[in-house]
Design a protein around this ligand. Structure first.
Ligand code: FNR
Length: 338
């Protein structure tokens, strides 16, 4: 069942057409006409999970467990290794239940070698399973996903969410590696972020609305249901990100995800408060539709264009980019007003 679901998610992601808006276009950065920066000296490196990486972008949790997943994970891991990008695997529940499926996950660590690999399980998982998932990949961190909107519309999905916060707390307290708590495309409210912070979470991936839409993906999986009237549910990524940042929580690392497609999305995310960005659906499209070489060109372009935008913003490193002035316009401005 799980194995088919993995393949169906990928197939239906590729069939999905709904285009939401992460509202990055409502973030406005200033053009610097006298940047005084040498392109060759631009430094895009950051520290993430205690390792130095070349560029603040990670490949977000996607797949594992089927033959198709193995092929995709192999190609994604090769891209991650080429650019020294962190990579998260898809939910490992299947790997804990079925030994045969493990290869499709383990291949990621084999290829990435001493780079950053991140495990993934649901917020309902036990502390023991979280430890097993990490051990399986010698993972540098584990992502714990919160996905009530997706569960509710899945025929086989979870209906009872009581006790989930306590369960996440258990995992956070007992985990030997950092825990990243993440959404899957519906965004995190400031209340959610604060609750997670209060129980010790220091990494949140707000995966907001405007990119992959799991309501549409689940709808495509089940021809007998019609939930198209719910497709606009979710907090746009830019809003979720800025509201999380405005909480001003010390040492909180906010990962901007949900609809990241180009270098402008990356630069704007960092300017308004993200410490890291993550991409999922867009890179999956490149891998499946264009192949490995084409995806390399795409990521190379993301890095090159980010450097150009950094010069134009007057920032020679990521720390400076995180301090540039910006303005918020339109719908995003309205949504951020109290
Ligand atoms: C996902 N995502 C996801 N997240 C997670 O925590 N565990 C998982 O197993 C999966 N599986 C998965 C499969 C597929 C096919 C897609 C496209 C996505 C969610 C993903 O990590 C991310 O949070 C969202 O997709 C939002 O980012 P994008 O796709 O808009 O860049």
């Amino acid at each position: 069942m799980r194995k088919y679901r993995k393949t169906e998610h990928i197939e239906n992601f590729l069939r999905s057409t709904y285009v939401g808006d992460a509202l990055f276009s409502d973030i406005f950065l200033y053009n610097d006409s006298i940047p005084e920066i040498n392109y060759d000296e631009i430094d895009t490196s950051v520290n993430f999970l205690n390792k130095k990486i070349n560029f603040p972008l990670m490949i977000n949790a996607m797949t594992g467990g089927s033959n198709l997943s193995e092929e995709i994970n192999r190609d994604l891991a090769r891209v991650a290794r080429e650019f020294n990008l962190p990579m998260a695997v898809g939910s490992q529940t299947i790997a804990l239940e079925d030994e045969d499926s493990r290869k499709s996950f383990e291949i990621v660590r084999e290829i990435i070698d001493d780079g950053i690999v991140i495990s993934n399980l649901s917020g309902f998982s036990s502390v023991e399973d979280a430890k097993k998932a990490v051990d399986l990949l010698s993972a540098d961190a584990i992502q714990i996903h919160l996905n009530p909107a997706q569960e509710l519309v899945q025929v086989e999905g979870e209906r009872n969410f009581s006790g989930i916060l306590k369960n996440v707390e258990e995992i956070v307290k007992k985990s030997e590696v950092p825990v990243i708590v993440k959404e899957v495309g519906f965004g995190m409210s400031p209340k959610t972020v604060k609750k997670l912070y209060d129980l010790g979470v220091r990494y949140v991936d707000i995966s907001g609305y405007g990119g992959t839409n799991f309501l549409e993906i689940e709808n495509l999986r089940d021809p007998n249901s019609d939930i198209s009237d719910l497709f606009t549910w979710g907090i746009p990524t830019a809003m979720s990100l800025i509201e999380a940042k405005r909480l001003n929580l010390k040492d909180l690392n906010i990962i901007s995800a949900g609809g990241i497609k180009n270098s402008l999305d990356i630069v704007k995310s960092l300017a308004v408060g993200a410490s890291m960005t993550a991409i999922c659906g867009e890179i999956l499209s490149y891998i499946v539709r264009g192949g490995y070489e084409y995806t390399l060109k795409y990521v190379d372009g993301l890095i090159e264009k980010t450097k150009m935008l950094m010069i134009l913003s007057g920032a020679k490193n990521i720390e400076e980019l995180q301090k540039v002035d910006y303005k918020i316009t339109g719908k995003l401005k309205e949504l951020l007003e109290d």
